[in-house]
Ligand binder design. Structure first.
Ligand SMILES: Cc1cc2nc3c(=O)[nH]c(=O)nc-3n(C[C@H](O)[C@H](O)[C@H](O)COP(=O)(O)OP(=O)(O)OC[C@H]3O[C@@H](n4cnc5c(N)ncnc54)[C@H](O)[C@@H]3O)c2cc1C
Length: 245
């Protein structure tokens, strides 16, 4: 597997060009770099956003929710955390407001070319880096030669973030399998229900030749890693993850 050149993190300033409300508490942000040069990164990495706070500064990491485009634009997907300072500051920003950031950071990146089946496992805004990774893998006009699965756990159908995008990818790629699963399904839901762990066990039972990319809150990430290592016997090199808390 070729190693990727390290991209040294640098400081940038970005302007908020577009905001889309995905759910009452989650927003999709599209940013444009206006100072600092081109932002190079690998899909799945994160940036640290730095905002004013009580006369000082407060920084938080946010996964880049897009694949590298032109060095100028990138997306974020952000949850408004109750009583959280930075997430509320960002969610209240108006179009063309500016923010300081540095990056890229992190090693949650997908290895290309794909050499075996992949499963992406996300809950909530843990989908952000995975949206970027899937875009990098599936939006390049090439057909997949291995199956790629997305297990996405949320509570309600309205909170399946980027649902239409993933459904469109599944239409274009017969080897891409989008499996949203709801922990609180309504009566008229005909899709999968329960936790991502259940579906992981169903789909990959008795299999060892695949790679897993996991992102979300600590409890889910830890449990899925445990299943992959202890029940399935995967090597740690086959498991990549990012924890949000
Ligand atoms: C590598 C990395 C990437 C991340 N990427 C994203 C991303 O793409 N999108 C995103 O929305 N978040 C992401 N996060 C989480 C993000 O960095 C912040 O922790 C989150 O926005 C809360 O910051 P805050 O300043 O609003 O809350 P704080 O002021 O830090 O916390 C306020 C309170 O909320 C609790 N809290 C903090 N975070 C959460 C949470 N996520 N859920 C529930 N309660 C919480 C704290 O325990 C505390 O009690 C990422 C975290 C990491 C480590």
């Amino acid at each position: 597997m070729p190693t990727r050149p390290f991209i040294p993190p640098r400081g940038f300033r970005a302007a908020l060009r577009r905001v889309i409300e995905l759910t009452p508490s989650t927003k999709h942000f599209e940013w444009e770099i206006i100072d600092g040069g081109a932002l190079e990164f690998y899909a799945g990495q994160f940036v640290s956003l730095d905002v004013p706070h009580n006369g000082g500064r407060e920084a938080r990491p946010y996964s880049i929710a897009s694949a590298p485009r032109d060095g100028k634009q990138f997306d974020l997907c952000l949850n408004r955390v109750e009583n959280g300072y930075v997430s509320n500051f960002l969610c209240d920003m108006k179009q063309d407001a500016m923010v300081d950031l540095n990056g890229p950071h992190g090693s949650f990146v997908v290895s290309a070319p794909i050499e075996q089946e992949l499963v992406f496992i996300a809950t909530g805004t843990g989908i952000a880096p995975i949206r970027g990774m899937l875009s990098a893998l599936l939006d390049n006009g090439e057909q997949l030669i291995h199956d790629v699965w997305l297990l996405f756990g949320v509570r309600h159908p309205e909170t399946i973030l980027y649902r239409s995008e993933f459904e469109a990818l599944a239409e274009r790629h017969t080897r891409f399998h989008f499996i949203p699963t709801l922990s609180r399904p309504p009566a008229d839901w005909h899709g999968e229900t329960g936790y991502v762990q259940t579906h992981l066990r169903k789909i990959f039972a008795d299999r060892r030749e695949f790679k897993a990319y996991i992102c979300g809150l600590k409890a889910m990430v830890d449990e899925v890693r445990f299943i992959l290592k202890e029940e399935f016997g995967l090597d740690r090199k086959q498991i990549r993850f990012e924890k949000y808390d």
